[in-house]
Design a binder for this molecule. Sequence first.
Ligand code: FES
Length: 93
Amino acid sequence: MTRVYVCSCFGITEKQVKEHADAGACTPRQIASACKAGTDCGSCVRRIQALLGRGACPRRRLLDQGEPALSELSAPPAPAAPSSALQDLSKVA
Ligand code: FES
């Protein structure tokens, strides 16, 4: 098994960067947040950017297709009142 190191300061491999990209990291800053790569000498940032190029990030693919990268949050459905609670209320009234 050959490990290709991207960030020698933190021992981060290409595989790890791609795994973070698959998990949703689309920018070098997001990769840095995930594993610190690029936060010391910074010499690996361009290489990380290259790895994050087209196709590496699912959200970037959506943006390229004109789709919103983040979907709007919809309001969760209102919880249904348990029938026993309604029966208790009928006793009060
Ligand atoms: S090689 Fe990545 S921060 Fe130095």
